[in-house]
Write a protein that binds this ligand. Structure first.
Ligand SMILES: C[S@@+](CC[C@H](N)C(=O)[O-])C[C@H]1O[C@@H](n2cnc3c(N)ncnc32)[C@H](O)[C@@H]1O
Length: 276
């Protein structure tokens, strides 16, 4: 393939993140205006972390549904197989709840730290057959935040092992947790032996194997342009697959790259925890 043809084929996908970044910057500016002129709380501007959470929640509340129409690879099929007691990490406003089969699930706990997304999350839970089964927890995925919330919700108790979940779903979330390695280890510890982790995460471009050097370089450029700042802490260059593998013993570790030539390549698949 000639250079001209290659550029024609790849430039639209390589530049797609520019549109997302522009949208995120727009929502950041709108959040600042709302905080000053509608909520009349200019002091909130001093809390940059909260402001970024609010701005990402604004972006997701308005665009999450559209951004969830096409999901990467086989994730829909993998989510539809979830059963038993399920932990949903960073469910946002519940845009992927339609992909589960609620009749197979006994209870589902969603660990979502952005309070502004809980309303949409519970509405989507109700809409997709989870009435009485979905429990939204106001916490992050980090053990220091998640474990107390699970005790409070009665999922964990002092007399039982902590390996309680049949399934844990991490969908488009590990890119944004502040300490991904520790968080992943914490999630591994909550999975039952033989339990399944369903993964759909964007990662560093695998340019040395099936990826693209141009896309790998663009990941650095987008990061330098403020991607993590405006996108709720989302990092483009994470080695999430490696960290998942290192978290503990797996009897099945099946992740495949989706769109490895782009600046937002995903790994999608399922991991089964080794038996005790
Ligand atoms: C891109 S959205 C994805 C939402 C949902 N998983 C989906 O795919 O539709 C990322 C979500 O992760 C949440 N999040 C950010 N930091 C988190 C953390 N430390 N622990 C758990 N969730 C977090 C955000 O609030 C947001 O709802």
């Amino acid at each position: 393939m000639g250079l001209y043809e290659w550029l024609g084929n790849n430039i639209p996908t390589l530049l797609r993140p520019t549109l997302l970044l522009s949208l995120a910057i727009y929502h950041f500016c709108m959040t600042i205006l709302e905080v000053i002129f509608i909520q009349h709380q200019p002091s909130l501007l001093l809390n940059l972390t909260q402001l970024r959470h609010k701005s990402f929640a604004r972006l997701w509340n308005r665009n999450g549904a559209a951004m969830s129409i096409d999901m990467p690879g086989p994730i829909t099929e993998l989510l539809s197989q979830c059963r038993g007691l399920v932990l949903d990490i960073g469910p946002g406003s519940g845009e992927v709840l339609s992909r589960f089969d609620a009749s197979k699930i006994t209870a589902m706990y969603g660990a979502e730290p952005a309070a502004d997304l809980h309303r949409g999350l519970l509405q989507n839970a109700e809409k997709h057959g989870f009435a009485g089964k979905y429990h939204a927890l106001l916490c992050g995925a980090e053990p220091e935040s998640l474990i107390p919330a699970l005790y409070e919700a009665g999922v964990l108790d002092r007399d039982r092992a902590t390996e309680v979940f049949d399934e844990i779903c991490v969908v488009r979330v590990l890119c944004g947790v502040p300490s991904p390695r520790e968080t992943i280890r914490g999630l591994y510890a909550l999975l039952k032996p033989g339990g399944r982790m369903v993964v759909c995460e964007h990662v560093v471009n695998p340019w040395r194997t099936e990826g693209s050097l141009a896309a790998r370089l663009l990941q650095g450029v987008y990061s330098a342009m403020g991607w993590p700042f405006f996108m709720g802490g989302c990092a483009l260059q994470r080695h999430t697959a490696e960290w998942l593998r290192e978290a503990g013993g797996w009897k099945k570790f099946d992740l495949q790259y989706v769109e490895p030539q782009t600046a937002i390549p995903f790994v999608v698949g399922e991991l089964i925890k080794a038996d005790a």
